[in-house]
Design a protein around this ligand. Structure first.
Ligand code: VG1
Ligand code: CO
Length: 544
């Protein structure tokens, strides 16, 4: 007999999902009923959970194992009958998406706080994905939030924990838990998209790369694909064992947190390609010898060359980028005569475009790139597409990027983050800025003249839903741009993100150091928004 308990609970304040699910410090998720309230609120908003198949997995961070057991027992109590879980509770974000799609599941839960640090005092997070494999759209996340404010009970099966360490099936209440190989579905999908034989022969002829898994979830995926399937030498994947605290590091593949890899790629004996991924495996960092390929440039180069990989040989239906991402890909789309969409920050906004066949490739400046193969951004996929392009073109990364700039011009780009800022001060900065948008047009800042400024609002071309307040855009004559927005993934105070972009058509200036090339925009950003005066900071916490 299955024993299902209905446990009384009360709403918990502040369970509002941000850019990418609900993220809080681990001790918050450990508070009584905290996780249960949110998970039950999700179930309460789903129609047809009765008899459903769900996929559950996480990036292996601290509290992953405990949270998964709770979700399994709640899923069974709420009527789901088949629960697919990665071995040891591990599944990267793109792998969850791939499994949901491959096995036609109803949806899934991803346990991750992505690039945020883990450990007992680190961050934890939960995100619900729908049947297309992508993050639940805003109308679902809003309904869940409303539900968290009214919930009074949750349902859970009384049962011992399920052993997740070996492939196999276990009953839990009326449901079956199937422990699956976390890599298999994903690897099979990659083998369909890319020319593994060609990449393999590139490695055989001495091509060298270094992939930094940052002690996070991509280690097993990268080893299975790069080393085992593609024949890259052992040791190509570094920091390849997932650890609950990511080895004390910050699994964010950028110039600051992947400093070890950046140093290797700047050294005399640098490999041909350097790459890294984040906590949950959906981001990517691409480095050539002595060259950081900005995610915005990477998206543009991939769009221009994707047809070289078998999965994209038929060309692209369109491309999409988040609003703060540089306009480099827009130039490629124009040249190719395909559509180019500008969406708010966060992968959930790409879902409709991908489902409708309006876009094939999507990207964000925050190191997220992906395609219609899944409905999440996909770190290892981006690395494999680069490898496929390199195997066909037989040129160094640096030459490919430089040639791209010569053809399209360079969108010099940088993001300045002010982390842990007082929330009220950050709010005041944004509201003052918004109050003067109309009066900014025509003003000059050094040599820069403002063309127009707005607060970005997006109308989804598929379902016509509108998402307002998505960040302030300031356009300057000549194609330069500054964007201001507040992060929706932080767990301490507020993070102000300032995105700076200047278009440089002149090849003689393509080698200019980005911060120097953007110096007048950096000054203008402070002049316009009063960053120093509002935040009390004289420089950003992180520059990428
Ligand atoms: C950040 C990035 C955004 C990304 C989001 C989730 O959001 O800027 O581009 O989609 O993280 O990424 P924010 O609101 O802090 O700027 V991750 O790898 O969760 O999955
Ligand atoms: Co991530």
């Amino acid at each position: 007999m299955t024993s299902i308990s209905t446990v009384k609970t009360t709403p918990i304040a502040g369970q509002r999902p941000g850019t990418s699910g609900l993220r809080k410090k681990v001790p918050v998720f450990q508070e009584p009923h905290y996780l249960e309230n949110f998970v039950q609120s999700v179930f309460d908003c789903l129609e047809g959970i009765e008899g459903a198949t769900l996929v559950i997995g996480g990036d292996g961070r601290y509290h992953n194992a405990e949270a998964i057991q709770t979700i399994l027992k709640m899923a069974a109590a709420n009527g789901a009958v088949r629960l697919l879980v990665g071995r040891d509770g591990l599944l990267s974000t793109p792998a969850v998406s791939a499994v949901i799609r491959a096995r036609k599941a109803y949806g899934g839960f991803i346990l991750s706080a992505s690039h945020n640090p883990g450990g007992p005092k680190g961050d934890f997070g939960i995100k619900y994905n729908i049947g297309n494999g992508g993050p639940a759209p805003e109308k679902v996340t809003e309904a869940v939030y409303v539900r968290t404010q009214a919930i009074d009970a949750y349902r859970i099966v009384e049962a011992p924990d399920v052993d997740l360490s070996a492939i196999g099936s276990t009953a839990i209440g009326d449901a079956t838990v199937e422990v699956i190989d976390p890599v298999a579905d994903y690897k099979a999908l990659m083998a369909q998209l890319f020319d593994f034989a060609r990449i393999r022969s590139m490695f055989e002829s001495g091509f060298r790369m270094r992939f930094d898994a940052m002690h996070a979830v991509t280690g097993p995926y990268a080893k299975a694909i790069l080393e085992d399937a593609l024949g890259a030498p052992a040791g190509t994947v570094i920091n390849g064992t997932p650890l609950p605290d990511f080895g004390g590091g910050h699994p964010d593949p950028n110039l600051v947190h992947a400093a070890e890899l950046v140093a290797v790629m700047a050294g005399a004996d640098a490999p041909d390609l350097g790459a890294a991924s984040d906590g949950d495996g959906d981001r990517n960092l691409i480095l050539g010898q002595n060259l950081f390929v900005t995610p915005s440039d990477s998206l543009a180069v991939l769009a221009a060359n994707a047809h070289l990989a078998p999965g994209y040989a038929g060309g692209l239906k369109g491309v999409a980028r988040s609003m703060p991402t540089s306009q480099a890909v827009d130039r490629v789309a124009k040249e190719m005569g395909i559509g180019c969409f500008e969406t708010p920050t966060g992968w959930k906004f790409f879902g409709n475009l991908l489902d409708a066949g309006m876009a094939t490739l999507c990207g964000e400046e925050s190191a997220g790139t992906g395609s219609d193969h899944v409905r999440e951004k996909d770190g290892l996929w981006a690395v494999l597409l680069w490898l496929n392009i390199l195997a066909v073109r037989q040129e160094p990364v640096t030459d490919i990027v430089r040639a791209h700039w010569r053809q399209f011009g360079r969108n010099v780009y940088s993001r300045h983050d002010y982390e842990g800022v007082d929330s009220d001060a950050a709010g005041r900065l944004m509201s003052e800025l918004k109050s003067k948008l109309d009066s900014l047009a025509g003003t000059t800042h050094g040599d820069l003249a403002v063309e127009r400024a707005d607060d970005f609002a997006y109308r989804d071309p598929v379902d016509q839903s509108v998402s307002a307040n998505q960040g302030v855009r300031i356009f300057f004559e000549g194609g330069s741009r500054i964007v201001f927005r507040l992060s929706g993934t932080g767990t301490e105070g507020a993070t102000l993100r300032v995105y700076l972009e200047r278009y440089q058509p002149d090849p003689a200036r393509h080698d200019d150091e980005p911060q120097a090339a953007l110096a007048d925009l950096i000054r203008a950003a402070d002049g316009i928004a009063g960053i120093r005066c509002h935040t009390g900071r004289d420089k950003p916490t992180v520059i990428t």
